[in-house]
Write a protein that binds this ligand. Structure first.
Ligand code: BTN
Length: 327
């Protein structure tokens, strides 16, 4: 796929007026047959395009594409000062992978956003469905003068920064589910993927990926997502992706800087205010087994505390699901 061509086509069509095949061909510098192929690629990425007989092509719905200048203009100055580089891409395999391909020295404080991911990654080897131009897929690189063991709480810090960005956007009523999901009404709105490499004594490099469902199109693929999900526009119709990207960058940069200076302590209380699992019967699935108990908050390192009835376990990884019955 010619990602640049598809990106230019999406920009040209995004005004929602009907564009003739000839006008599109002139704009992109390609033949009518090539225009048709690029239209089909955009459709396969999840964009609905009407073909109007005798007139041309029109988007079914307006598209707000990501725009670097708009995002930078929306960033407050401390936020933008700490960000080294902001890259906006059309289609990528995964923003986390793209960032990890950069030399380590260029990853720090670099953010990559993409309109589409062909191999968006979720936790535990899951796929993150990433249709074109609809949601937010963002990765930020960050270097920590901390040891690997001090960074176990990083997914929680990223989830809290994302929650704060959504709160500033005006979203109320969402909560966090250990270790890094944001849910509203029991449905997933956002996921975070923290991938860390480095020395056990530090420093460590992290690539922090955030996916927020902004305006998820309902399609055969979304029907296959294996957990209940929601999107921001179901709660805040029309909220701008560019404005949300700026809020998210500001919060990530601000909260990671706070974590650098003060560690996890200031985040623990904030987590507990938003923790949807607290006091609930849960099952925690690890690679080898599953344990049931009552979730009772997190410890000072961000580990999940699970009361099994016999003891309180501190769990550092696992997949949590709510259970209907108490032990
Ligand atoms: C999860 O809840 O399983 C985590 C999902 C993380 C998805 C984001 S989208 C941007 C970044 N790039 C990826 O490939 N994954 C993360």
């Amino acid at each position: 796929m010619n990602s640049n061509m598809v990106q230019r086509l999406a920009h040209y069509l995004s005004a929602t007026e009907t564009r003739s095949g000839e006008a599109i061909g002139n704009e992109l510098g390609c033949s009518r047959a090539a225009v048709w192929k690029h239209i089909e690629v955009l459709r396969s990425l999840g964009i609905e395009i009407h073909a109007v007989a005798g007139q041309g092509y029109r988007l079914k719905e307006p598209l707000e594409l990501l725009d670097r200048d708009t995002i930078l203009a929306n960033l407050d100055s401390p936020g933008s000062r700490k960000l080294n580089t902001l890259v906006i891409e059309g289609s990528l395999d995964s923003t986390n992978s793209a960032l990890q391909r950069l030399p380590l020295a260029e990853q720090n404080a670099t953010a990559i956003l993409a309109e589409h991911q062909s191999q968006g990654r979720g936790r535990r080897g899951r796929q993150w469905y990433s249709p074109y131009g609809k949601n937010l897929y963002l990765s930020l690189g960050w270097m920590f003068e901390k040891s690997l063991s001090e960074l176990g709480c990083l997914p929680l810090v990223v989830a809290l920064a994302t929650s704060q960005a959504l709160r500033r956007a005006g979203l109320e009523g969402h909560g966090v589910k250990w270790p890094n999901d944001l849910l509203i009404g029991g449905k997933k709105l956002c996921g975070c993927l923290a991938e860390v490499q480095g020395d056990s004594q530090g420093p460590c490099h992290a690539v922090l990926g955030v996916g927020i469902n902004v305006h998820m199109p309902v399609s055969s693929q979304t029907k296959q997502i294996d957990q209940p999900w929601t999107d921001l526009h179901s709660h805040l119709p029309g909220f701008s992706r560019n404005a949300l990207a700026a809020l998210l960058l500001e919060e990530l940069v601000g909260q990671l800087s706070m974590f650098d200076r003060q560690g996890f302590a200031p985040f623990r209380e904030h987590w507990e205010q938003l923790d949807i699992l607290h006091g609930k019967p849960v099952e925690v699935q690890s690679v080898s087994d599953s344990i049931r108990g009552t979730a009772c908050g997190i410890d000072e390192h961000g580990a999940l505390m699970l009361d099994t009835g016999q003891e309180v376990l501190k769990l550092h990884s696992g997949e949590v699901s709510l259970h209907k019955t108490k032990l």
